[in-house]
Design a binder for this molecule. Structure first.
Ligand code: S3P
Length: 173
């Protein structure tokens, strides 16, 4: 299948953007890209290393650079790092070339998915439901205003989330 526009998956850490984009890619036979994986590859360092050695602002610059590169390439499914939609310039870029799906999950669901991860520097040392809830509430308005379509993922497998997205794709594919 050939997409007319990119499909961007945004949302908080641990909502299942990467696993959903893999499912979508298989179901639609369309390439998928993961902005975190592209950053790691480009930098030759892990995300925690980039944050520690170069700081978050540097990470955000590289993240925007990766998005710019994707925006100029063939439409595909893009799993975005959880902070991508926090920068207005990124949202503008995504809107220009794609459809934005905001994946939601409760703080409890997110916690259950990320609690054993050490690869998310923004949660290191704050791996608990109240912290996740607070950070999610702070970010929520930006995710919502960026989104074309909101998809709830609580209680769903990634295959079910992919089905929900496919049902909404309509004539963009
Ligand atoms: C971040 C989310 C992470 C990663 C980085 C920062 C964020 O991606 O980009 O740790 O600011 O929410 P995931 O959403 O894939 O965990």
């Amino acid at each position: 299948m050939k997409l007319k526009k990119h499909i961007f998956l945004i949302g908080f850490m641990g909502v299942g953007k990467t696993s959903t984009s893999r499912k979508l890619s298989k179901r639609l036979h369309v390439e998928e890209a993961d902005t975190d994986a592209m950053i790691v590859q480009r930098e030759g360092r892990s995300i925690p290393q980039i944050f520690e050695e170069s700081g978050e602002p540097y990470f955000r610059e590289v993240e925007t650079g990766v998005l710019t590169e994707l925006a100029e390439s063939e439409p595909c499914i893009v799993s975005c790092g959880g902070g991508m939609a926090m920068q207005e310039q990124n949202v503008v870029k995504m809107r220009e070339c794609g459809v934005i799906f905001f994946l939601t999950a409760s703080p409890e669901t997110v916690y259950s998915r990320v609690k054993d991860s050490t690869s998310r520097p923004l949660l290191n040392g704050n791996m608990n439901v109240p912290y996740i809830r607070q950070m999610m509430e702070t970010r929520e308005p930006k995710y919502r205003s960026a989104a074309d379509i909101v998809i709830e993922t609580d209680g769903c497998t990634s295959a079910e989330v992919a089905d929900k997205i496919i049902a909404k794709l309509g004539d963009i594919t």
